[in-house]
Design a protein around this ligand. Structure first.
Ligand SMILES: NC(=O)c1ccc[n+]([C@@H]2O[C@H](COP(=O)([O-])OP(=O)(O)OC[C@H]3O[C@@H](n4cnc5c(N)ncnc54)[C@H](O)[C@@H]3O)[C@@H](O)[C@H]2O)c1
Length: 353
């Protein structure tokens, strides 16, 4: 097979990146769009040139013309749709987070192992060119052993509303939505050590601050404006790994901060690096400190390019049988970490694995 036929399930905000990236991939044919909101599915199918639309993912999955799907629906549906797709013989790219709980993650992992189909998690930050460049330096030992890392994803006004704000559908707030990006990225670059213990805190003090909409714009879910807001405003945690390394993280949807803040930094015994806000490396040489600026096309994160890389990788894995760089096993580990932070925050105690 030289091409695969793909469908995107969930035609909301993030689906555009999947649809346009498939459109640009010569080894993929964009075949169908599925959304329980039929009008939305049709609109995206027309815009991106898909020939079929569905409102029920089960009907889509029964279509023998289809080889692979992107799952871009609410978090509470990721596990069931992924498992149904795998059992229908389709390859699956699922948006982050893998799901809401460790139990759901293990069910997906069992289905991947049972079916042998390609399964990739959309940890898009791993697919950024700069992240891959740093990964190469890490693999070549340029930073030595990374023993401390720091990640922040702070939005001062950034609760997307709709299902994101409804814990039953999302599994949580900024931790599971934004934290997953940077915790996963750091954990991947640190060499995927096992989490040993976690101390976490969550706060609900400000709410969604929709009063600010009068003056400020924000990323919103397709169905924003409906449903409850019962997720945390912000979370922080220290995660300690079995190699002694620690990762400090803080994330927010709502915070009295002067500006949004993205930080991804790591420190090893031979050097350090920063990916956010801009790519840089630090080394010691001949009794001084060198701050190094690697030359790349983009000094910071290039989101459309990262999505294109992610989709290209998925299509390649489907066609060649290669193992994706963000496999289901990493999703299981990430769900243990995220749920461990929530558990620690709730109990007020450190969680030990
Ligand atoms: N990688 C990233 O940077 C990134 C950014 C934003 C969102 N996401 C993830 O993408 C997913 C979707 O987020 P979004 O912002 O597009 O949300 P959204 O609300 O804008 O869109 C979700 C769509 O899924 C549809 N849907 C929900 N359940 C369905 C079902 N059972 N069958 C068919 N359609 C269904 C909804 O009708 C809606 O159109 C989430 O898991 C989110 O975490 C990832």
């Amino acid at each position: 097979m030289s091409r695969i036929r793909v469908a995107v399930i969930g035609a909301g905000s993030i689906s555009d990146f999947h649809l346009q990236s498939y459109q640009h991939n010569k080894r993929a044919e964009l075949y169908a769009v599925c959304d329980m909101n039929g009008e939305r599915a049709k609109q995206k199918a027309d815009r991106f040139g898909a020939v079929r639309t569905y409102t029920d993912y089960r009907e889509l999955l029964a279509d023998p013309n289809l080889d692979a799907v992107s799952v871009c629906t609410w978090n509470n549906t990721h596990a069931d749709i992924s498992i149904a797709a795998l059992r229908a013989g389709k390859h699956v790219l699922v948006e982050k987070p893998l799901c809401r709980t460790v139990e759901e993650a293990l069910r997906v992992q069992a289905a991947v192992r049972e079916t042998g189909k390609t399964f990739q998690i959309g940890y898009v930050r791993r697919y950024d060119d700069n992240a891959q460049l740093v990964r190469e330096f890490v693999d070549r030992g340029e930073f030595g052993q990374i023993y401390y890392a720091k990640a922040s994803y702070l939005r001062r006004f950034g609760n997307p509303g709709g299902w994101f704000a409804d814990k039953d559908k999302s599994g949580g707030g900024p931790l599971i939505d934004l934290g997953v990006h940077v915790i996963d990225l750091m954990w991947y670059l640190m060499g995927r050590p096992k989490a040993e213990n976690i101390k976490g805190h969550t706060y609900r003090r400000l709410g969604d601050r929709m009063n600010l909409k009068q003056h400020l714009s924000l990323y919103q879910a397709a169905d924003a404006g409906s449903g409850p807001n019962n997720v945390e405003d912000m979370a922080n945690a220290v995660i300690r790994f079995d190699n002694g390394a620690s990762l400090m993280v803080d994330v927010s949807f709502s915070l009295h901060a002067a500006k949004d803040e993205n930080i991804v930094k790591a420190y090893g015994d031979k050097g350090g690096f920063e990916l956010d806000p801009v790519l840089s490396m630090t080394k010691e040489l001949h009794d001084t400190i060198l701050n190094i600026t690697p030359q790349t096309d983009t000094p910071g994160l290039d989101v459309p390019r990262a999505f294109q890389n992610e989709i290209d990788h998925f299509v390649d894995c489907c066609l060649t049988g290669k193992r994706p760089i963000s496999p289901v096993e990493d999703g299981v580990e990430m769900m243990k970490i995220l749920c461990g932070i929530y558990e620690s925050a709730e109990s007020g105690r450190e969680v030990t694995f």
